[in-house]
Design a protein around this ligand. Structure first.
Ligand code: EPZ
Length: 433
Protein backbone atom coordinates (compact mmCIF):
# COMPACT_ATOMS: atom_id res chain seq x y z
CA UNK A 1 0.00 0.00 0.00
CA UNK A 2 1.26 3.53 -0.70
CA UNK A 3 0.95 6.71 1.32
CA UNK A 4 1.59 10.41 0.73
CA UNK A 5 4.08 12.18 3.01
CA UNK A 6 3.61 15.96 2.96
CA UNK A 7 5.77 18.58 4.65
CA UNK A 8 3.32 21.49 4.93
CA UNK A 9 3.70 25.26 4.97
CA UNK A 10 4.90 25.86 1.39
CA UNK A 11 3.01 28.21 -0.96
CA UNK A 12 1.88 26.72 -4.28
CA UNK A 13 3.16 28.84 -7.18
CA UNK A 14 3.54 28.42 -10.94
CA UNK A 15 1.12 26.77 -13.34
CA UNK A 16 -0.73 23.45 -13.57
CA UNK A 17 -2.60 21.74 -16.43
CA UNK A 18 -5.91 20.09 -15.54
CA UNK A 19 -6.62 16.60 -16.93
CA UNK A 20 -9.78 15.24 -18.55
CA UNK A 21 -12.90 14.90 -16.41
CA UNK A 22 -13.20 11.60 -14.52
CA UNK A 23 -17.01 11.71 -14.36
CA UNK A 24 -17.27 12.37 -18.10
CA UNK A 25 -14.63 9.80 -19.14
CA UNK A 26 -16.21 6.94 -17.13
CA UNK A 27 -19.49 7.48 -19.04
CA UNK A 28 -18.00 8.19 -22.49
CA UNK A 29 -15.81 5.05 -22.52
CA UNK A 30 -18.82 2.68 -21.98
CA UNK A 31 -20.79 4.77 -24.51
CA UNK A 32 -18.33 3.67 -27.23
CA UNK A 33 -20.13 0.28 -27.11
CA UNK A 34 -23.09 1.96 -28.88
CA UNK A 35 -20.96 2.76 -31.95
CA UNK A 36 -20.85 0.45 -35.00
CA UNK A 37 -17.36 1.73 -35.84
CA UNK A 38 -14.03 2.64 -34.24
CA UNK A 39 -13.87 5.62 -31.87
CA UNK A 40 -10.86 7.64 -30.68
CA UNK A 41 -11.21 9.29 -27.26
CA UNK A 42 -8.72 12.01 -26.26
CA UNK A 43 -7.93 13.88 -23.02
CA UNK A 44 -8.73 10.76 -20.96
CA UNK A 45 -7.30 11.11 -17.42
CA UNK A 46 -4.77 8.50 -16.21
CA UNK A 47 -6.76 7.32 -13.19
CA UNK A 48 -7.70 3.89 -11.89
CA UNK A 49 -11.42 4.27 -12.66
CA UNK A 50 -10.51 4.74 -16.34
CA UNK A 51 -8.19 1.70 -16.20
CA UNK A 52 -11.13 -0.37 -14.91
CA UNK A 53 -13.36 0.86 -17.77
CA UNK A 54 -10.66 -0.15 -20.27
CA UNK A 55 -10.27 -3.57 -18.61
CA UNK A 56 -14.06 -4.13 -18.78
CA UNK A 57 -14.21 -3.16 -22.48
CA UNK A 58 -11.28 -5.45 -23.26
CA UNK A 59 -12.81 -8.36 -21.30
CA UNK A 60 -16.00 -7.89 -23.34
CA UNK A 61 -14.00 -8.34 -26.53
CA UNK A 62 -13.48 -4.75 -27.67
CA UNK A 63 -10.07 -4.02 -29.17
CA UNK A 64 -8.47 -1.13 -27.25
CA UNK A 65 -5.23 0.60 -28.26
CA UNK A 66 -3.60 3.25 -26.08
CA UNK A 67 -2.36 5.77 -28.65
CA UNK A 68 -0.60 8.00 -26.11
CA UNK A 69 -0.80 9.08 -22.44
CA UNK A 70 -4.40 10.27 -22.71
CA UNK A 71 -5.75 8.88 -26.01
CA UNK A 72 -7.49 5.54 -26.65
CA UNK A 73 -8.60 4.00 -29.95
CA UNK A 74 -11.48 1.59 -29.33
CA UNK A 75 -13.11 -0.85 -31.77
CA UNK A 76 -16.37 -2.06 -30.16
CA UNK A 77 -17.44 -4.19 -33.16
CA UNK A 78 -15.70 -7.26 -31.70
CA UNK A 79 -17.64 -7.18 -28.43
CA UNK A 80 -19.30 -10.54 -27.79
CA UNK A 81 -19.92 -10.51 -24.04
CA UNK A 82 -22.56 -8.34 -22.33
CA UNK A 83 -21.51 -9.06 -18.75
CA UNK A 84 -19.55 -6.95 -16.22
CA UNK A 85 -18.48 -9.26 -13.39
CA UNK A 86 -18.33 -8.31 -9.70
CA UNK A 87 -14.52 -8.23 -9.63
CA UNK A 88 -14.61 -5.10 -11.82
CA UNK A 89 -17.99 -3.58 -11.01
CA UNK A 90 -17.28 -3.45 -7.26
CA UNK A 91 -14.27 -1.16 -7.80
CA UNK A 92 -16.20 1.89 -8.98
CA UNK A 93 -19.61 3.48 -9.18
CA UNK A 94 -19.51 4.13 -12.90
CA UNK A 95 -19.63 0.43 -13.80
CA UNK A 96 -23.38 0.94 -13.98
CA UNK A 97 -22.97 2.96 -17.20
CA UNK A 98 -22.32 -0.39 -18.92
CA UNK A 99 -25.97 -1.22 -18.15
CA UNK A 100 -27.28 1.64 -20.28
CA UNK A 101 -24.73 1.19 -23.07
CA UNK A 102 -25.15 -2.60 -23.37
CA UNK A 103 -28.95 -2.35 -23.17
CA UNK A 104 -28.98 0.37 -25.80
CA UNK A 105 -26.77 -1.65 -28.17
CA UNK A 106 -27.63 -5.31 -27.51
CA UNK A 107 -31.00 -5.06 -25.68
CA UNK A 108 -29.44 -6.98 -22.81
CA UNK A 109 -26.95 -6.41 -20.00
CA UNK A 110 -25.65 -8.22 -16.94
CA UNK A 111 -23.72 -6.01 -14.52
CA UNK A 112 -22.86 -6.53 -10.87
CA UNK A 113 -24.19 -3.95 -8.42
CA UNK A 114 -21.68 -1.06 -8.52
CA UNK A 115 -19.13 -0.03 -5.91
CA UNK A 116 -17.80 3.50 -5.45
CA UNK A 117 -17.23 5.94 -2.61
CA UNK A 118 -19.00 5.03 0.66
CA UNK A 119 -21.28 8.10 0.89
CA UNK A 120 -24.27 6.46 2.54
CA UNK A 121 -27.21 4.92 0.72
CA UNK A 122 -26.61 4.91 -3.06
CA UNK A 123 -29.79 3.43 -4.58
CA UNK A 124 -30.26 2.79 -8.31
CA UNK A 125 -34.07 2.88 -8.38
CA UNK A 126 -34.13 5.80 -10.83
CA UNK A 127 -31.82 3.97 -13.25
CA UNK A 128 -34.17 0.97 -13.19
CA UNK A 129 -37.18 3.29 -13.57
CA UNK A 130 -35.64 4.72 -16.77
CA UNK A 131 -34.80 1.30 -18.22
CA UNK A 132 -38.32 0.01 -17.46
CA UNK A 133 -39.92 3.09 -19.05
CA UNK A 134 -38.01 2.28 -22.26
CA UNK A 135 -39.37 -1.30 -22.28
CA UNK A 136 -36.65 -3.27 -20.49
CA UNK A 137 -37.27 -5.92 -17.80
CA UNK A 138 -34.82 -6.32 -14.93
CA UNK A 139 -33.99 -8.84 -12.24
CA UNK A 140 -31.68 -8.42 -9.23
CA UNK A 141 -30.21 -11.78 -8.20
CA UNK A 142 -27.09 -12.42 -6.09
CA UNK A 143 -25.85 -8.88 -6.58
CA UNK A 144 -26.20 -9.00 -10.37
CA UNK A 145 -28.51 -6.71 -12.36
CA UNK A 146 -29.91 -8.40 -15.48
CA UNK A 147 -31.62 -6.29 -18.13
CA UNK A 148 -33.43 -7.59 -21.22
CA UNK A 149 -35.72 -5.95 -23.78
CA UNK A 150 -37.44 -7.28 -26.92
CA UNK A 151 -37.23 -3.74 -28.17
CA UNK A 152 -36.61 -0.27 -26.69
CA UNK A 153 -39.29 2.32 -27.30
CA UNK A 154 -39.02 6.05 -26.60
CA UNK A 155 -40.85 7.16 -23.46
CA UNK A 156 -41.47 9.95 -20.93
CA UNK A 157 -39.07 9.63 -17.95
CA UNK A 158 -39.56 11.89 -14.92
CA UNK A 159 -36.84 11.49 -12.27
CA UNK A 160 -38.02 11.70 -8.65
CA UNK A 161 -34.60 13.11 -7.68
CA UNK A 162 -31.96 14.91 -9.75
CA UNK A 163 -29.49 12.13 -10.48
CA UNK A 164 -26.35 12.32 -12.61
CA UNK A 165 -25.97 8.57 -13.03
CA UNK A 166 -29.56 7.84 -13.99
CA UNK A 167 -29.65 10.79 -16.41
CA UNK A 168 -26.52 9.42 -18.12
CA UNK A 169 -27.91 5.87 -18.18
CA UNK A 170 -31.25 7.01 -19.59
CA UNK A 171 -29.44 8.78 -22.46
CA UNK A 172 -27.29 5.71 -23.15
CA UNK A 173 -30.31 3.40 -23.29
CA UNK A 174 -32.52 5.79 -25.30
CA UNK A 175 -30.24 6.88 -28.19
CA UNK A 176 -31.19 3.82 -30.29
CA UNK A 177 -34.73 3.33 -28.91
CA UNK A 178 -37.62 3.71 -31.36
CA UNK A 179 -39.14 7.18 -31.26
CA UNK A 180 -38.89 10.10 -28.83
CA UNK A 181 -37.70 9.94 -25.22
CA UNK A 182 -38.19 12.94 -22.94
CA UNK A 183 -36.19 12.99 -19.70
CA UNK A 184 -37.55 15.48 -17.15
CA UNK A 185 -35.90 16.65 -13.92
CA UNK A 186 -32.61 15.72 -15.58
CA UNK A 187 -29.22 16.47 -14.02
CA UNK A 188 -27.33 19.36 -15.67
CA UNK A 189 -23.69 18.69 -14.74
CA UNK A 190 -20.98 19.48 -17.35
CA UNK A 191 -20.30 15.74 -17.75
CA UNK A 192 -23.95 15.18 -18.73
CA UNK A 193 -23.47 17.66 -21.59
CA UNK A 194 -20.14 16.05 -22.50
CA UNK A 195 -21.73 12.60 -22.84
CA UNK A 196 -24.57 14.04 -24.96
CA UNK A 197 -22.05 15.84 -27.19
CA UNK A 198 -20.08 12.62 -27.64
CA UNK A 199 -23.23 10.64 -28.51
CA UNK A 200 -24.32 13.36 -30.97
CA UNK A 201 -20.84 13.27 -32.55
CA UNK A 202 -21.61 9.59 -33.29
CA UNK A 203 -24.92 10.53 -34.96
CA UNK A 204 -27.31 10.47 -32.03
CA UNK A 205 -30.11 13.06 -31.82
CA UNK A 206 -30.06 14.54 -28.29
CA UNK A 207 -31.33 18.02 -27.49
CA UNK A 208 -31.47 19.93 -24.21
CA UNK A 209 -28.54 18.35 -22.34
CA UNK A 210 -27.52 20.83 -19.62
CA UNK A 211 -31.14 21.76 -18.97
CA UNK A 212 -33.65 19.80 -16.88
CA UNK A 213 -35.46 18.50 -19.98
CA UNK A 214 -33.52 16.31 -22.42
CA UNK A 215 -35.15 15.08 -25.65
CA UNK A 216 -33.73 12.08 -27.51
CA UNK A 217 -34.91 10.85 -30.91
CA UNK A 218 -33.77 7.26 -31.43
CA UNK A 219 -31.55 6.47 -34.43
CA UNK A 220 -30.75 3.16 -36.16
CA UNK A 221 -27.02 3.52 -36.42
CA UNK A 222 -24.22 5.28 -34.52
CA UNK A 223 -20.98 5.75 -36.47
CA UNK A 224 -17.46 6.17 -35.11
CA UNK A 225 -16.15 9.48 -33.77
CA UNK A 226 -13.02 11.23 -32.54
CA UNK A 227 -13.81 13.04 -29.29
CA UNK A 228 -11.94 14.91 -26.54
CA UNK A 229 -13.19 14.72 -22.94
CA UNK A 230 -13.82 18.07 -21.20
CA UNK A 231 -11.43 19.27 -18.47
CA UNK A 232 -12.20 18.09 -14.94
CA UNK A 233 -14.30 20.67 -13.06
CA UNK A 234 -13.58 19.03 -9.68
CA UNK A 235 -9.85 18.60 -10.21
CA UNK A 236 -9.69 22.30 -11.15
CA UNK A 237 -11.73 23.23 -8.05
CA UNK A 238 -9.47 21.07 -5.88
CA UNK A 239 -6.36 22.85 -7.14
CA UNK A 240 -8.02 26.26 -6.72
CA UNK A 241 -8.73 25.37 -3.09
CA UNK A 242 -5.22 24.03 -2.50
CA UNK A 243 -3.72 27.30 -3.81
CA UNK A 244 -6.02 29.24 -1.48
CA UNK A 245 -5.12 27.06 1.51
CA UNK A 246 -1.38 27.68 0.98
CA UNK A 247 -1.90 31.38 0.13
CA UNK A 248 -0.15 30.77 -3.16
CA UNK A 249 -0.42 32.14 -6.68
CA UNK A 250 -1.08 29.69 -9.56
CA UNK A 251 -2.29 29.78 -13.14
CA UNK A 252 -4.60 26.78 -13.62
CA UNK A 253 -4.71 25.84 -17.32
CA UNK A 254 -7.04 23.70 -19.49
CA UNK A 255 -10.25 24.64 -17.68
CA UNK A 256 -13.73 25.80 -18.76
CA UNK A 257 -14.33 28.80 -16.43
CA UNK A 258 -18.11 28.54 -16.90
CA UNK A 259 -18.02 25.07 -15.24
CA UNK A 260 -16.27 26.56 -12.20
CA UNK A 261 -18.66 29.45 -11.54
CA UNK A 262 -20.12 28.25 -8.22
CA UNK A 263 -16.64 27.33 -6.93
CA UNK A 264 -15.15 30.65 -8.08
CA UNK A 265 -17.93 32.67 -6.45
CA UNK A 266 -17.54 30.80 -3.14
CA UNK A 267 -13.74 31.15 -3.08
CA UNK A 268 -14.01 34.90 -3.83
CA UNK A 269 -16.41 35.22 -0.87
CA UNK A 270 -13.76 33.55 1.31
CA UNK A 271 -11.21 36.17 0.21
CA UNK A 272 -9.49 34.42 -2.69
CA UNK A 273 -8.55 36.46 -5.80
CA UNK A 274 -9.53 34.87 -9.13
CA UNK A 275 -8.91 36.16 -12.65
CA UNK A 276 -10.53 34.28 -15.55
CA UNK A 277 -9.14 33.82 -19.07
CA UNK A 278 -10.53 31.80 -22.05
CA UNK A 279 -9.26 28.40 -20.87
CA UNK A 280 -7.39 29.17 -17.67
CA UNK A 281 -7.78 30.96 -14.35
CA UNK A 282 -5.30 32.64 -12.04
CA UNK A 283 -5.84 32.03 -8.32
CA UNK A 284 -4.00 33.90 -5.60
CA UNK A 285 -4.39 35.08 -1.99
CA UNK A 286 -3.00 38.34 -0.62
CA UNK A 287 -5.17 38.86 2.44
CA UNK A 288 -7.05 37.02 5.22
CA UNK A 289 -9.41 34.12 4.53
CA UNK A 290 -12.88 34.75 5.96
CA UNK A 291 -15.79 32.51 6.95
CA UNK A 292 -18.54 31.50 4.51
CA UNK A 293 -21.61 29.29 4.39
CA UNK A 294 -21.75 26.50 1.78
CA UNK A 295 -24.73 24.40 0.70
CA UNK A 296 -24.12 21.62 -1.83
CA UNK A 297 -26.62 21.25 -4.68
CA UNK A 298 -26.93 19.78 -8.16
CA UNK A 299 -25.25 21.82 -10.94
CA UNK A 300 -25.15 24.81 -11.27
CA UNK A 301 -25.12 24.81 -7.45
CA UNK A 302 -21.99 24.20 -5.37
CA UNK A 303 -20.81 20.65 -6.22
CA UNK A 304 -20.98 18.02 -3.49
CA UNK A 305 -17.65 16.70 -4.85
CA UNK A 306 -16.04 19.94 -3.65
CA UNK A 307 -17.58 19.87 -0.16
CA UNK A 308 -14.71 18.26 1.76
CA UNK A 309 -12.14 20.46 0.04
CA UNK A 310 -13.91 23.76 0.79
CA UNK A 311 -14.60 22.66 4.37
CA UNK A 312 -10.87 22.11 4.83
CA UNK A 313 -10.17 25.62 3.54
CA UNK A 314 -12.74 27.05 5.96
CA UNK A 315 -10.86 25.55 8.93
CA UNK A 316 -8.14 28.09 8.02
CA UNK A 317 -10.52 31.06 7.70
CA UNK A 318 -11.41 33.53 10.47
CA UNK A 319 -14.85 33.00 12.01
CA UNK A 320 -17.52 30.31 12.10
CA UNK A 321 -18.59 28.69 8.80
CA UNK A 322 -21.51 26.37 8.09
CA UNK A 323 -21.31 23.60 5.45
CA UNK A 324 -24.53 21.78 4.52
CA UNK A 325 -24.34 18.52 2.52
CA UNK A 326 -27.62 18.11 0.66
CA UNK A 327 -26.76 15.27 -1.73
CA UNK A 328 -25.20 12.44 0.29
CA UNK A 329 -26.11 11.01 3.70
CA UNK A 330 -22.55 10.42 4.86
CA UNK A 331 -20.08 12.81 3.34
CA UNK A 332 -18.46 14.13 6.55
CA UNK A 333 -16.36 11.02 7.33
CA UNK A 334 -13.20 13.05 6.66
CA UNK A 335 -13.99 15.33 9.64
CA UNK A 336 -12.52 12.89 12.19
CA UNK A 337 -9.26 12.96 10.25
CA UNK A 338 -9.21 16.77 10.11
CA UNK A 339 -9.83 16.85 13.89
CA UNK A 340 -6.60 14.86 14.29
CA UNK A 341 -4.92 17.83 12.59
CA UNK A 342 -6.45 20.32 15.03
CA UNK A 343 -9.60 21.31 13.14
CA UNK A 344 -12.57 22.42 15.25
CA UNK A 345 -15.62 21.00 13.43
CA UNK A 346 -18.97 19.87 14.85
CA UNK A 347 -21.18 17.70 12.64
CA UNK A 348 -24.91 17.38 13.23
CA UNK A 349 -26.70 15.36 10.53
CA UNK A 350 -26.11 17.09 7.21
CA UNK A 351 -24.60 20.25 8.74
CA UNK A 352 -20.98 20.86 9.76
CA UNK A 353 -20.11 23.87 11.96
CA UNK A 354 -16.50 24.95 11.37
CA UNK A 355 -14.67 27.20 13.86
CA UNK A 356 -11.83 28.67 11.79
CA UNK A 357 -8.65 28.30 13.85
CA UNK A 358 -6.39 29.63 11.11
CA UNK A 359 -4.00 26.73 11.43
CA UNK A 360 -3.67 22.94 11.15
CA UNK A 361 -0.97 20.58 12.47
CA UNK A 362 0.50 17.69 10.52
CA UNK A 363 -0.59 14.18 11.64
CA UNK A 364 -0.97 10.62 10.33
CA UNK A 365 -4.43 10.38 8.66
CA UNK A 366 -6.42 8.07 6.35
CA UNK A 367 -8.34 8.80 3.17
CA UNK A 368 -11.84 7.31 3.44
CA UNK A 369 -13.04 8.26 -0.06
CA UNK A 370 -11.83 10.05 -3.17
CA UNK A 371 -12.66 13.65 -2.30
CA UNK A 372 -11.96 13.17 1.42
CA UNK A 373 -8.46 12.14 0.35
CA UNK A 374 -8.12 15.31 -1.72
CA UNK A 375 -9.23 17.35 1.31
CA UNK A 376 -6.53 15.72 3.47
CA UNK A 377 -3.90 16.61 0.88
CA UNK A 378 -5.05 20.24 1.05
CA UNK A 379 -4.92 20.08 4.85
CA UNK A 380 -1.42 18.59 4.76
CA UNK A 381 -0.17 21.27 2.35
CA UNK A 382 -1.43 24.03 4.68
CA UNK A 383 -0.48 22.36 7.98
CA UNK A 384 2.70 22.96 9.96
CA UNK A 385 4.81 19.82 10.20
CA UNK A 386 4.45 16.45 8.46
CA UNK A 387 1.20 14.77 7.37
CA UNK A 388 1.10 11.13 6.28
CA UNK A 389 -1.98 10.06 4.32
CA UNK A 390 -2.75 6.33 4.07
CA UNK A 391 -5.18 4.56 1.69
CA UNK A 392 -4.30 6.89 -1.15
CA UNK A 393 -5.74 4.39 -3.63
CA UNK A 394 -8.99 6.30 -3.08
CA UNK A 395 -7.30 9.47 -4.38
CA UNK A 396 -5.72 7.72 -7.37
CA UNK A 397 -9.19 6.61 -8.53
CA UNK A 398 -9.96 10.18 -9.58
CA UNK A 399 -6.86 12.40 -9.68
CA UNK A 400 -4.28 12.11 -12.47
CA UNK A 401 -0.78 12.23 -10.90
CA UNK A 402 -1.80 14.62 -8.12
CA UNK A 403 1.53 14.45 -6.30
CA UNK A 404 3.51 15.19 -9.48
CA UNK A 405 1.38 18.23 -10.27
CA UNK A 406 1.66 19.50 -6.69
CA UNK A 407 5.45 18.97 -6.58
CA UNK A 408 5.74 21.03 -9.79
CA UNK A 409 3.94 23.82 -7.90
CA UNK A 410 6.49 23.70 -5.06
CA UNK A 411 4.77 21.33 -2.64
CA UNK A 412 6.92 18.97 -0.58
CA UNK A 413 4.93 15.76 -1.22
CA UNK A 414 6.24 12.24 -1.76
CA UNK A 415 4.51 8.94 -2.49
CA UNK A 416 6.04 6.28 -0.21
CA UNK A 417 5.45 2.55 -0.45
CA UNK A 418 4.33 0.92 2.78
CA UNK A 419 4.47 -2.88 3.04
CA UNK A 420 0.93 -4.00 3.81
CA UNK A 421 0.24 -5.58 7.22
CA UNK A 422 0.11 -9.14 5.76
CA UNK A 423 3.55 -8.95 4.16
CA UNK A 424 5.06 -7.39 7.33
CA UNK A 425 3.57 -10.22 9.42
CA UNK A 426 4.82 -12.76 6.89
CA UNK A 427 8.34 -11.30 7.05
CA UNK A 428 8.25 -11.31 10.87
CA UNK A 429 7.14 -14.95 10.91
CA UNK A 430 9.88 -15.87 8.44
CA UNK A 431 12.49 -14.14 10.64
CA UNK A 432 11.12 -15.79 13.78
CA UNK A 433 11.52 -19.29 12.28
C1 EPZ B 1 -22.23 11.01 -9.54
O1 EPZ B 1 -22.62 9.95 -8.66
C2 EPZ B 1 -20.75 11.20 -9.34
N1 EPZ B 1 -20.05 9.96 -9.69
C3 EPZ B 1 -20.45 11.55 -7.88
O2 EPZ B 1 -19.07 11.86 -7.80
C4 EPZ B 1 -21.24 12.80 -7.49
O3 EPZ B 1 -21.09 13.02 -6.11
C5 EPZ B 1 -22.73 12.62 -7.81
O4 EPZ B 1 -22.90 12.24 -9.20
C6 EPZ B 1 -23.50 13.92 -7.59
O5 EPZ B 1 -22.97 14.93 -8.41
C7 EPZ B 1 -19.84 9.72 -11.02
O6 EPZ B 1 -20.23 10.50 -11.87
C8 EPZ B 1 -19.10 8.45 -11.35
P1 EPZ B 1 -26.46 10.77 -8.31
P2 EPZ B 1 -24.08 9.28 -8.83
O7 EPZ B 1 -27.15 9.66 -9.01
O8 EPZ B 1 -24.47 9.30 -10.25
C9 EPZ B 1 -29.91 9.77 -5.22
C10 EPZ B 1 -16.87 11.74 -7.13
O9 EPZ B 1 -16.36 12.14 -6.07
N2 EPZ B 1 -30.28 8.69 -6.16
O10 EPZ B 1 -26.42 12.12 -8.94
O11 EPZ B 1 -24.06 8.00 -8.08
C11 EPZ B 1 -28.59 9.51 -4.53
O12 EPZ B 1 -28.78 8.70 -3.38
C12 EPZ B 1 -18.18 11.01 -7.08
O13 EPZ B 1 -16.40 11.93 -8.29
C13 EPZ B 1 -31.43 7.96 -5.93
O14 EPZ B 1 -32.15 8.19 -4.96
O15 EPZ B 1 -24.95 10.33 -8.01
C14 EPZ B 1 -28.12 10.89 -4.18
O16 EPZ B 1 -28.73 11.32 -2.98
C15 EPZ B 1 -18.64 10.72 -5.66
N3 EPZ B 1 -31.77 6.97 -6.80
C16 EPZ B 1 -28.65 11.76 -5.34
O17 EPZ B 1 -29.68 10.97 -5.96
C17 EPZ B 1 -30.99 6.68 -7.90
O18 EPZ B 1 -31.36 5.76 -8.68
C18 EPZ B 1 -27.62 12.10 -6.38
O19 EPZ B 1 -27.03 10.89 -6.84
C19 EPZ B 1 -29.82 7.43 -8.11
C20 EPZ B 1 -29.48 8.43 -7.24
Amino acid sequence: MDKFVIKGGRKLTGEVIISGAKNAAVAILPAVILSDEVCTIENVPSISDVNICIQILTEMGASVTKIDKDTYRIDPTTIRNCCVPYEYARKMRASYYFLGALLGKFKKARVSMPGGCPLGDRPIDQHLKAFSALGAEYTLTQGMIDLTADKLKGSQIFFDVVTVGATMNAMLAAVKAEGLTVIENAAKEPHIVDLANFLNSMGADIMGAGTDVIKIRGVEHLHGADYAVIPDQIEAGTFMTAVAATKGDVMIKNVIPKHLESITKKLEKIGVNIEQFDDSIRVWVDGPLVKANVKTAPHPGFPTDMQSQIATLLTLAEGTSIVTENIWEQRFRYVDELRRMGADITVNGKVALIEGTGKLMGAPVKACDLRAGAALIIAGLAASGVTEIEDIYHIERGYDCMEGKLRALGADIEKVSVPDKQSVKHEEVKKAI
